[in-house]
Design a protein around this ligand. Structure first.
Ligand SMILES: NC(=O)C1=CN([C@@H]2O[C@H](COP(=O)(O)OP(=O)(O)OC[C@H]3O[C@@H](n4cnc5c(N)ncnc54)[C@H](OP(=O)(O)O)[C@@H]3O)[C@@H](O)[C@H]2O)C=CC1
Ligand SMILES: CC(C)(CO)C(=O)C(=O)O
Length: 324
């Protein structure tokens, strides 16, 4: 299977290395120092179980890589429109595009009935560029649990003992395209399942991001450091409850184990990816992870005061950073 990973950062390099291990014919769209390092020495992914190395083809020009059987997009949300504008050479009419990203995806309302039917989110897809250039029929949802950081060009450190990916069609239908990719990801060492309820999986993960991202970014602290303070742990629990309530208000009847999440977060020295972006002066995924969930909360009449306050502070922090 010919698979291209678009965006060779922390998650993209990990996924690409696992796809190579799983037997796929893998290429990556990379740029800058990542591209130079991958071309020169390949990928190095350091995991708790040992180091994976892989030598996928790499280019900053999708035309060099040609049409694929599947594309996995692993950029941050603010980079999506640029990806949509450049992705065409990778696509045949039937090539699926899997968005392995945090937050509310641009295709979220595709196939939904009721209040959200047909809605698009200008915050993450201005002028519907992604909707028009890629199209929701190609989109497959991807939810990833894997704490990853680029530690040097071409090198990624993975802290999670077991990394997990959940795939699912926006329409909830079973699909051979998701099943085929899941089989390769499993062969490469991911725990990977296909769900017919991808929005439940999105919200279950988003509750983690809601609970940890703004706090760690505002405190500039990794998760275990932030949660050592009992007041912060209480806020994390409140945020988890808000995230779960919003999901339920939208009809996703998720019930994750809050104690288990808090225990996992309390013991992890990972810096959430939004904190990594803040430290590197990169655009943060505030809209996909927080602004849109808050708009959906309002729509569903679900109060989310803690998330509202922290999102406003995070936005201010981002503005101040840009003015410095
Ligand atoms: N890191 C983590 O632990 C986790 C992250 N996630 C989610 O996964 C997604 C990816 O995150 P992560 O891997 O951390 O992000 P990174 O910033 O590490 O990686 C994104 C990569 O995409 C590249 N990129 C951006 N735009 C383009 C473009 N137009 N052409 C080519 N390459 C491009 C970036 O290059 P450049 O650096 O030059 O901008 C960077 O190498 C996010 O949605 C994140 O929230 C989910 C779970 C855990
Ligand atoms: C916090 C974490 C690792 C949860 O898996 C995450 O999604 C991120 O770093 O953005």
């Amino acid at each position: 299977m010919k698979v291209c990973v678009y965006g060779a950062g922390a998650i993209g390099c990990h996924v690409a290395a696992r796809l190579v291990s799983g037997g796929a014919d893998v290429s990556v769209v990379a740029r800058g120092s990542q591209l130079a390092a991958i071309r020169e020495q390949g990928l190095r992914v350091e995991t708790p179980d040992g180091t994976l190395t892989a030598h996928p083809r790499a280019s900053d020009d999708p035309a060099d890589l040609g049409p694929q059987d599947a594309v996995l997009v692993t950029v941050k949300a603010p980079a999506l429109t640029a990806v949509a504008a450049a992705i065409a050479p990778l696509l045949r009419p039937d090539t699926p595009v899997v968005f392995v990203m945090n937050g509310i995806p641009w295709w979220y309302c595709h196939g939904l009935k009721g209040d959200l039917a047909g809605r698009q989110f200008a915050e993450i897809d201005p002028d519907g560029i992604v909707w028009r250039h890629i199209g929701p029929e190609r989109a497959v949802g991807g939810v990833v649990y894997s704490s990853c950081t680029v530690t040097a060009p071409g090198t990624v450190r993975v802290l999670s003992a077991k990394s997990r990916i959940i795939l699912g069609e926006p329409t909830g239908e079973g699909s051979s395209r998701a099943a085929a990719l899941a089989a390769i990801l499993r062969a490469g060492g991911f725990v990977c399942e296909v769900t017919d309820q991808i929005r439940d999986a999105i919200w279950t993960k988003l509750a983690w991001n809601i609970a940890t991202g703004p706090i760690c970014a505002l405190a500039r602290a990794p998760m275990n450091v932030a949660l050592a303070d009992p007041t912060v742990e209480a806020a994390v629990r409140a945020l988890l409850a808000e995230g779960i309530a919003i999901a339920r208000g939208l009809g996703c009847m998720i019930a994750p184990d809050i104690d288990a999440i808090v225990k996992a977060v309390r013991s992890s020295p990972h810096k959430p990816s939004i904190l990594q972006d803040l430290e590197l002066g990169r655009p943060m995924e505030i809209d996909a992870l927080y602004t849109i969930p808050l708009a959906l909360a309002e729509m569903a009449s679900v109060p989310a005061p803690t998330l509202g306050l922290l999102t406003a502070l995070l936005r201010l922090q981002a503005q101040q950073g840009r003015q410095q």
